[in-house]
Design a protein around this ligand. Structure first.
Ligand code: ADP
Length: 228
């Protein structure tokens, strides 16, 4: 479970990105985070994998107190949280296989286990046949699937997707949604920050809307709700 209480975040330049957030997300939920640009969506997700620390308030992930957590504990936290970005962030000189294996090698798994796991996750995102390709040889949708494979390689309990369909055409976006739903069905919590109205309105999930650093709406099966 992710639990935030009275969370504020003011950046060193004085900008207050979050202005008193209270939220609880149960293990296994699929949550869309919507809201205008600059509302605080990325800051909200960054707090969860401790890329940022709250200025005030408490954040717990299960028994872990993120505000009090020591720096040296951060790698362990991040092994339990996968992150996917709008711009994929793959390593351009590495193959698909290597991009995914890299995520596992850094936590010192054995080579045979790495190989099995990499091929399993590539199968999950339906890219086993492109394991030897480099990112430039793939379409945007395929690159996003590699980044999802990399994010789930360590079997994280939480997957954060920051506008995962932002650079993709509608058809490819549906593919990505389908894969995220499959991952969610295995019990992984998914937090997806998005501007994709069509996806939010068609694949109904919990919707948390953030505006000016506060939650203005939190609905179990919400809609996108903005006219932007
Ligand atoms: P969103 O993801 O909804 O677009 P962000 O969380 O990125 O919103 O940003 C919220 C506010 O915080 C914005 O005003 C933004 O300019 C500011 N902000 C975000 N990151 C930083 C940072 N590292 N330093 C200073 N201000 C930031």
């Amino acid at each position: 479970m992710i639990e935030m209480q009275g969370v504020y975040k003011t950046y060193p330049n004085g900008v207050t990105a979050l202005n008193g957030l209270d939220v609880r997300i149960q293990q296994g939920e699929f949550v869309y985070v919507v809201g205008p640009s600059g509302a605080g969506k990325s800051t909200f997700t960054k707090l969860i994998f401790r890329e940022e620390k709250p200025s005030k308030g408490s954040i717990h992930i299960n028994d872990l107190d993120l505000a009090a957590m020591k720096e040296r504990r951060i790698p362990k936290l991040r092994r339990n949280i996968g992150v996917v970005y709008q711009d994929f962030r793959l390593l351009p000189r590495l193959t698909v296989y290597e991009n995914v294996a890299f995520a596992l090698e850094v936590i010192e798994q054995r080579p045979a286990e790495i190989k099995t796991r990499v091929m399993d996750v590539l199968e999950q995102v339906r890219l086993k046949n492109k394991a030897r390709f480099i990112p430039d040889e793939l379409s945007g949708g395929e690159q996003q699937r590699v980044s999802i494979a990399r994010a789930i390689a360590n079997r994280p309990r939480i997957l954060i997707a920051d506008e995962p369909t932002g650079n993709l055409d509608p058809e490819t976006s549906w593919e990505i949604m389908h894969i995220l739903e499959e991952i969610n069905q295995t019990g992984t919590t998914i937090l997806m920050a998005t501007h994709n109205r069509e996806v939010v309105n068609r694949v109904r999930k919990r919707v948390i809307a953030i505006e000016d650093g506060v939650i203005v709406r939190d609905e179990r099966r919400g809609d996108y709700g903005y006219e932007d």
